[in-house]
Design a protein around this ligand. Structure first.
Ligand SMILES: C[S@@+](CC[C@H](N)C(=O)[O-])C[C@H]1O[C@@H](n2cnc3c(N)ncnc32)[C@H](O)[C@@H]1O
Length: 330
């Protein structure tokens, strides 16, 4: 196992998964080719339907085999393929959630406009599984700053940071600007992976992604102080991901609490960490003020000073890096 830890290895996912011992990985996450004729540089993304489903069953059963009894299995795809994946996963593991990631996709002709991707969330043993409730920031009107949701007479009960994360994720956007993308047709946002990792793992756990692409899962894992194993068939994608990882550090935390950042805000935190994290915020005396005013860090300047964009090798600014670790201001 040691030879795989914190490595991205060029090769076929099934062959490489075969080399991983059973019950050794905390979380397996896959974002496989969608079989939609996407333009990958060394992979033909259009198999016959049954051929594709049979191939998926091979790597899905391997993912379950290598996952620990306390571990989770996540698979991202369009709903069509997830229906097939579910019937495969139901044989080997236990359904937990279908996470709907609200993100518009390409029109498909005579159909409803597809507007979400799914992330299947299965666990190996429901009695041993690790799970942490998460919170995300309240949604507000850009103009007025007021909460979009009307809490009526319950404003006093508002959580200062934001609601618990549900199985519909509408607050994480696809990477829209080319300047934030690599040369890859389907790069996921880092904070999407960070949310999954915060929800299902502890520090130093191992996350395996058999279709690593641009390295998103590995970057999220590294920023959050976890270990990763990645497989990717395309040697160019492998070297791009490895280069990016050289600049990453396990620094996405405030005090002793791992958090996920995007732009200047925390976008996911663990509910159990709120007591500790709240000490970094200036909280209103009257909870009802949260209705119109977002809470701010006490030492915003100091915290944001540590915030920087990651520059990759060719000088393009990419998805933003998290804040550096802030240990001494609680
Ligand atoms: C949907 S993309 C993953 C994108 C990734 N989540 C990201 O954020 O960059 C699927 C990846 O699987 C890779 N791939 C296709 N067949 C493979 C195989 N048999 N073994 C390993 N990787 C494979 C493709 O080259 C592609 O990079």
């Amino acid at each position: 196992m040691k030879e795989f830890i914190n490595k991205i290895i060029a090769g076929d996912s099934i062959e490489l998964l075969n080399k991983i011992p059973a019950n050794s990985i905390d979380v397996t996450f896959a974002d496989p080719p969608f079989n939609l004729k996407k333009k990958y540089s060394s992979y033909y993304d259009k198999l016959e339907m049954q051929e594709y489903v049979d191939w998926c069953e091979e790597w899905i059963s391997e993912m379950v085999r290598v996952t620990k009894p306390s571990g989770s299995i996540f698979i991202h795809n369009i709903p069509k393929w997830l229906t097939y994946y579910s019937s495969i996963l139901n044989k080997y593991s236990t359904f937990r959630h279908w996470i709907s990631w609200d993100a518009p996709t390409a029109p498909m002709g005579k159909s409803l406009q597809p507007s979400h991707y799914g992330i299947l969330y299965y666990v190996k043993d429901i009695n041993q599984t690790k799970f942490y409730e998460l919170r995300y920031p309240h949604k507000r009107s850009r103009k007025s700053g007021y909460l979009l949701k009307d809490y009526g007479g319950k404003k006093q009960l508002l959580h200062p940071f934001g609601p618990l994360v549900s199985d519909v994720w509408a607050d994480i956007h696809r990477i829209k600007h080319n300047k934030y993308r690599d040369e890859h047709p389907c790069q996921l946002p880092i904070h999407l992976l960070e949310r999954l990792i915060l929800m299902s793992t502890d520090e130093s756990d191992i996350i395996l992604d058999p279709f690593m692409g641009t390295g998103t899962t590995a970057i999220a894992a590294k920023r959050l102080g976890r270990n990763y194993i990645g497989f990717e068939i395309d040697p160019n994608y492998v070297s791009n991901a490895k280069n990016k990882l050289l600049y990453e550090k396990p620094i996405s935390k405030i005090g002793e609490y791992w958090v996920s950042f995007f732009l200047n805000n925390i976008v996911s935190l663990r509910n159990i960490d709120w007591d500790g994290l709240s000490k970094f915020y200036s909280l209103p005396n009257d909870n009802r003020d949260i209705d119109h005013t977002q809470i701010e860090f006490i030492d915003k300047k100091k915290i944001l000073k540590h915030f920087e964009f990651v520059l990759n090798g060719n000088g393009k600014s990419k998805q933003n890096s998290p804040l550096l670790e802030i240990c001494d201001s609680a």
